[in-house]
Design a protein. Structure first.
Length: 161
């Protein structure tokens, strides 16, 4: 029962619920039920860890024998403890870029603009617009603002339906 509730918790893949130092590394369990070990060699620590804490679900605090404490953020832990997470997150990112591209293309068509006309209105290069529409380019926020201005829409229209 708890597993089902954990799996449906928003952001459960980002929240760590248990950490432990083992002979192989740092054992990490996430709220979505995933468990894995971060090899100590991947951490490149200055000295041996002597104590581990989980002050909140998003960061591991390692107390070292010599030297300052080390913080390990959830994303580093997840990518190193779960070999499939990177693949899933990269797939989600690609899908997000494709959705943004289709949305931009649709808004541009509704405005009756060619890529060149939108490029001129938004002070961007036409190739940049083409790459965004094809889902090949992840635009910076400033680029999204320029596109929204060129289309005469609020930037939220580019990001949400």
């Amino acid at each position: 029962m708890a597993t089902t509730a954990q799996a449906t918790l928003a952001g459960a893949d980002r929240m760590m619920v248990h950490v432990q130092i083992t002979g192989e590394g740092i054992l990490v369990r996430f709220a979505d039920g995933a468990t894995g070990t971060i090899p100590l060699r991947d951490l490149k620590l200055k000295s041996k860890p002597v104590k581990i804490e989980l002050p909140d679900p998003y960061v591991i605090l390692l107390k070292l024998a010599d030297g300052p404490d080390e913080e390990i953020p959830w994303d580093f832990a997840r990518h190193n403890a779960d070999p499939h997470y990177r693949e899933r997150s990269e797939k989600a990112a690609r899908q997000g870029l494709e959705v943004l591209g289709r949305r931009l293309q649709k808004l541009r068509a509704r405005a009756g603009l060619s890529q060149a006309e939108l490029a001129n209105r938004s002070s961007l290069d036409r190739v940049t617009i083409a790459r965004i529409e094809l889902g090949e380019h992840s635009p910076r926020y400033a680029t999204l603002l320029s596109l929204a201005k060129g289309l005469g829409v609020d930037v939220r229209r580019l990001l949400m339906d």
